[in-house]
Structure formats: C-alpha cells, structure tokens
Design a protein around this ligand. Structure first.
Ligand SMILES: Cc1ncc(COP(=O)(O)O)c(C=O)c1O
Length: 499
C-alpha cells in the first residue's frame, strides 16, 4: 500500500466541512447546471475501496454504477504506480518516455492488428473530438452519422453528435451535417422483436444507415464517419441485434466513410467475453476511442487508429500536441490498470458475474411483472422497468423510486437511464463478487416487491374510486404513498445511523 491505514484515516479525518457547509458552498460556487446524484439528499463520498464507497459518517455503499473505478476504487497497484511516477517526473509527451510507448504497445496489442497507432488524450470527450478530426481529415468530408439517444461527450463538437443532449428541450439544434439513425434497441426501439418477430433486426436497424449514406451521396454531401458506442449505455444499456454493426459498417464503408467505435464506457474487458465490446459483433472499426476505465479515476484516454488515417493526419503538417495527453503519470496509471485486469482475471470475473446477474434478474422477471426486459453482457446490465409488460409501457417514476430506495434504505448505488429513464443500469467495478451480486439482488427484490404491492393498492383504489375525481384520487394516493415512504426511509436511515 502506498499509504498506511493511519494516513488514510487521517486524510478522511481532515475532512474540513460538515455536509451542510459543503452543500452550501457547492450551491454558491459550483454551476447549478453541474449534475449531482440524488440532488434532494446528495451523498458526500469521502473514501473508496474496491467496490465500496463510504460517506462522511462511515456508511458503506455498494457501488453498482462506477465503471470508471474499473479495477476497484483506489486499487493499491494503480495508486502506487501513479504516486511513484508523480514523485519521479510528470512532463508532456514531447519527450521520450517508456510509460508512453509501453502504454501504446499494450493498448494496441489488445486491438485488431490494423489498429496500431495511438493518440493520447485526457477524457472520452477529447477522444471522440479527435476521432472526428481524424475521420474528417482522412475523408475530406464533414457529415457524421450518429445513433439516437447517443452521448459522446461534453465538447461542442461531440455535443453536436449527441442526441441524448441536443434533443433535450433546452438543447442546441442539431447541425445539418449530423444525421441520426435509430438506436438499435430491439425491446423498445423502432424495430422490436415484438413488432417484427423472427426478422433480421440487425439488418433492419442497419438499413436507415445505408439510406442516410445514399441520400447524402445523391446530394453530393458524402458521409465522413459513423460513430457509435459498441453497446449504447446512456441509450439504455442497449445490445445491438446480431449482424448490426457488420451491415452498418459495410454500408458506411461502401460510401467511403470511416467507422468509429466509442468504447469509453464499455471497453477493457467489461463485456466479459471480449476485451472490447465491438468484438462481440465481429467487426473491426477504423478508429476506437477509449477513456473512463483506462485511468481508474485518473483522467486519461486514447484514440487508436490505422497507420493510414494517422498518416493522413500527419500529412496536414499541423502537429498534434496535448499538454497532458500521454503524460508519464497518466500512462503509468493506464499501464497499471491494464496489468491489474490481467493479473486479477477481471475480464473473466465480469463474464462469470455478469452471467450470474443476468440469470438471477431473469428469474425476478417471473416474480415481478414490473420487469419488462433484462439484458446485458458481462458487468454491463440493464433492467427495463415497465408499468404494463404487454404494452411495454416505460415506468420512469418506478425506476426513479427504485434508484432512491436502493440508496436510501439498502445503501446500494444504481442509476437509471434510457430514452424514458426507466432502465436500471448496472456497471460496477470489475472486482464485483458473488456476495455483492446477492446483496444487490436482495435489495432490488425488496424494492420490486414494494413497487408491485403499491401498484396493486393503486389499482384497487382506482377500482373503488367514484368516477368523478377518479384521476385526482389516484394521484393523491400515489403521492401520499411516496411521501409516507420517504418519511419512513428518513426515519430508518436515522435509526441505522444512530446504532
Ligand atoms: C459513451 C461515452 N462517450 C464519451 C463520453 C465522454 O467522456 P468524458 O466524460 O470522459 O469526457 C462519455 C461520458 O459519459 C460516454 O459515456
């Protein structure tokens, strides 16, 4: 351990502000647009270890959502590598350094042979921004195809290709050189297994991409790139149907465009069967973007591409320089992360635990009809909550209620996402174990039982409500239930903390 237990406890003990003061200062000095989890009762996390996070009172939370702390919060090997390099030299990549070239060597060794050249960046947004520049420079075109509900980062260039953001009521309008293809969601999307039973959904979802290419060609405004997450995360934990990426890539390449895989969330073994999620569809992208898990919490990312695309970028004569991208500290950390994934067999762990979680969640489906769909690959799991299973009606409020109850009562952190914000997302640190999965399942089961019981109560109250004012009656009942439950959580929470 680079730091002793006493040193860590001292650091936590030196926490200088009480929670209400932290909240007050945050409200005053941090932009209100900044997202805050559990806004009405935010968490103050002061320490992390493995798959757990601890608040200022020492309460332990099981972290089921942090795909950044990939090999576990504060993994000692990663901390040691970073601290040692920090104490040795941190400079920029205009000097030779072994950590940089070794990081590139390890990263490219994990990729298909054609992807052999790296550019280092500091975040997923920077990676996708650079990928667009590479693609546009290589093709000498501007237009980009993106997927509905996709999120590719917060920079201007990538906000423009993120329907997840620009389709919000206050979002900036989509530029006309951006084209949106449907999200390949076979449960709730445009082409579903219910609407098109037995159909080749991969081909159906790839068709609109081919049509965009054709339309743009006819206009003389060809497509530069198709960018997609290999499994859509913000889009609702979507696993594209088989054959989708092959057909989509074929269409884009036939039109002279390049294919960018955004692996910012789903790379580095998370899907269990493969190191990269694009491999699950047996395709080879032209450009791959990686970040988040690569630094286990330290800001580092990379763009990996072919020598041809890299050479075309070089041929512009405009040098690429990024002050922090590829600095020795970031690279030492990324090298340690990739080493730990290997040494601790975390990809295989993700496969095994993911299978277990999927099996168990599918079992819950028989018991609770508020579960519409369970899907996932490795430790990337989505559970779609519905208010009517037959109609697949999204249950957004139910999902929010579950997320809050999981945190408040069970101290298990999950989140919700997707076009209707009704998909419970699981993407825990890769050291997640069977006991953690059981802890999640027990808590989740309790929440679903309450949710379903409430629904029955509501349905019964609808049945006995007088026709006049029935709607008001139902809303009041649901609101009252929610208010009572919240009070109950608060009481229980105080009780637990006072023990
Ligand atoms: C798929 C995907 N791409 C890119 C990004 C942007 O990464 P960053 O926040 O590191 O800039 C995110 C962030 O959530 C993401 O989920």
């Amino acid at each position: 351990m680079p730091f002793t237990c006493e040193q860590q406890m001292q650091a936590v003990g030196s926490e200088q502000l009480c929670k209400s003061e932290t909240i007050k200062l945050r409200n005053k000095h941090i932009g209100q647009a900044c997202q805050l989890f559990y806004r009405s009762d935010p968490l103050k996390i002061v320490r992390g270890q493995g798959q757990y996070m601890f608040d200022e009172e020492g309460t332990r939370y099981l972290d089921c959502i942090n795909n950044v702390a990939h090999v576990g919060h504060c993994h000692p090997e990663v901390v040691r590598a970073g601290a040692l390099q920090m104490a040795t030299i941190s400079t920029n990549n205009r000097f030779l350094h072994d950590e940089l070239v070794q990081c590139a060597q390890t990263l490219t060794a994990k990729m298909p042979a054609s992807l052999s050249v790296c550019f280092f960046v500091n975040s997923g947004s920077e990676a996708n921004d650079l990928a667009l520049r590479l693609a546009r420079n290589y093709t000498k075109r501007r237009d980009v195809i993106t997927l509905d509900h996709a999120y590719h980062g917060h920079l201007q260039s990538v906000m423009e290709i993120s329907p997840y953001k620009f389709n919000q009521p206050g979002g900036e309008p989509k530029p006309d050189y951006v084209h949106v293809a449907p999200s390949p969601d076979s449960y709730a999307g445009q082409f579903t297994d219910k609407l098109y039973p037995g159909a080749d959904l991969g081909a159906l979802y790839a068709q609109p991409i081919a049509e965009i290419c054709e339309r743009q060609q006819a206009k003389g405004q060809d497509v530069a790139a198709f960018i997609a997450e290999s499994l859509q995360s913000c889009g609702g934990q979507i696993l594209p149907p088989p054959g989708y990426f092959k057909a989509a890539y074929d269409a884009v390449r036939a039109a002279g465009g390049v294919c960018i895989a955004d692996e910012v969330q789903v790379g580095f073994g998370r899907v269990g069967t493969h190191y990269w999620a694009f491999e699950t569809q047996d395709v080879v992208p032209d450009i791959v973007c990686v970040a988040k898990p690569m630094g286990n919490g330290h800001p580092v990312g990379a763009v990996v591409t072919t020598p041809e695309i890299a050479q075309a970028f070089h041929a512009t004569g405009v040098a690429y320089f990024n002050t922090y991208g590829g600095n020795p500290v970031s690279c030492a950390i990324a090298n340690a992360v990739m080493r730990v994934i290997e040494e601790e067999g975390l990809q295989e762990n993700a496969r095994r635990l993911g299978d277990y979680l999927l099996r168990q969640c599918n079992e819950l489906k028989y018991e609770f009809d508020c579960i519409g769909d369970v899907r996932g690959a490795g430790l990337f799991v989505g559970i779609e909550l519905v208010s009517d299973r037959e109609a697949r009606t999204p249950d957004t409020n139910g999902a929010h209620w579950v997320v809050n109850r999981m945190k408040q009562l069970h101290h298990v952190l999950v989140s919700s996402d997707g076009p209707n914000d009704n998909v419970i997302k699981l993407k825990p640190p890769m050291c997640f174990n069977e006991a953690n999965a059981d802890e999640f399942l027990l808590a989740f089961r309790e929440c679903l039982a309450c949710l379903c019981r409430d629904r029955e109560v509501e349905a019964a109250s609808v049945a006995v409500a007088p026709v006049m004012g029935m709607t008001n009656g139902v809303i009041a009942t649901a609101a009252e239930t929610l208010a009572n439950k919240t009070k109950m959580f608060e009481r229980q929470d105080r009780l637990i903390k006072s023990v």
